[in-house]
Design a protein around this ligand. Structure first.
Ligand code: ATP
Length: 303
């Protein structure tokens, strides 16, 4: 049986399982395509390749009925725009992003892409338009080639190599005993944190979706690796509508728009220069809380 075709949660050879405590995509994306209660409407259509204009209109959602996370959330993102979500832990940044691929169903309002309600698209075609880069890279025991091609099994060798190159994984591959056919995982080569990140980026280059969701790492890699990954991510994001759950100063400062989220509401919106100029603004205050000892991760704040 080809390991690719088994639901992710049934692969017992997963070489990396998600750390339990992580509140974020990790938990939900594990069940991508397997969550039983979210299904296609009978009238759902194939989305085709979307442009990536996104709108949330009066969105209501809660993980439990008693505690809504959003009650009337409005948001409009233009195709190609890069949005950085910042704000305290638990504010709702991850949840906003997880509603777009329909990992959860909203209870009022609508989310549209290119003006079409995402519930009127097939889940598969909606999700084929969205690439997600998570903090914890999901790899399975298999070859590098299989791990890159995951999500686009029809890819040619040339396409896989091109994606690897764009993700700056080509040098790594060149130094491996069997190149693309090198086994990774328990009984194969162990990849470093930075190499795993690069592999995740190569996957998305190969998938080439118009929409990108980036759950930025809170834990640091070494500075040089960090910079290389940042660079690859910037290239990945170019020309795609990008939603970043942002922790890095460079990401935030370079975003087209920063949205400050607090308690399920967007309390400030603007670019870095706009927001920093606001007297007593939330963003300005968040920045003031920066600790000198952690200049890179300065927006990973507690309330
Ligand atoms: P962080 O920066 O810590 O990741 P965040 O801004 O991304 O925080 P969310 O993870 O979106 O915030 O959480 C919003 C609210 O929803 C919080 O109150 C959180 O406790 C709750 N929440 C998040 N995920 C779940 C879940 N899977 N089940 C139940 N409640 C959840």
């Amino acid at each position: 049986v080809n390991v690719f075709f088994r639901p992710i949660d049934k692969i017992n050879s997963i070489i990396e399982t998600y750390p339990k405590g992580i509140a974020g995509f990790a938990r939900y994306t594990q069940f991508l395509d397997t969550q039983p209660d979210i299904m296609d409407r009978d009238s759902a259509r194939e989305a085709g390749r979307l442009k990536g204009d996104i709108a949330y209109r009066g969105v209501r959602f809660g993980y439990s009925a008693e505690r809504p996370v959003f009650d009337g959330l409005d948001l409009a993102i233009q195709a190609g725009e890069t949005i950085a979500f910042v704000g305290p832990s638990g504010a709702g940044k991850t949840t906003i992003c997880s509603l777009l691929p329909r990992f959860y169903e909203i209870t009022a309002g609508a989310i549209t892409v290119d003006g079409i309600d995402i519930r009127d698209m097939t889940l598969k075609s909606l999700r084929s338009n969205i690439g997600i880069v998570q903090q914890d890279v999901f790899l399975f025991a298999g070859t590098i080639r299989e791990n890159i091609a995951y999500g686009r099994l029809d890819a040619t060798e040339a396409e896989i190599l091109d994606a690897a190159k764009r993700a700056r994984l080509d040098d790594v591959i060149a130094n491996l005993p069997d190149g693309l056919d090198t086994m990774i995982g328990e009984r194969g080569v162990k990849l470093s944190g930075g190499q795993k990140q690069r592999l995740a980026i190569a996957r998305i280059f190969l998938k080439n979706p118009p929409i990108l969701i980036l759950d930025e790492a809170t834990s640091a890699l070494d500075t040089e690796t960090e910079r290389a990954i940042q660079q690859s991510l910037a290239e990945l994001s170019a020309g795609r509508t990008t939603l970043v759950i942002a922790h890095r100063l460079a990401t935030i400062a370079n975003a087209d728009r920063i949205l400050v989220v607090d308690d399920g509401r967007i309390v400030e919106s603007g670019n870095h220069a706009d927001l920093i100029a606001r007297k007593n603004g939330r963003y300005k205050n968040l920045q003031a809380a920066q600790t000198a000892s952690d200049p890179v991760h300065y927006l990973n704040l507690k309330r």
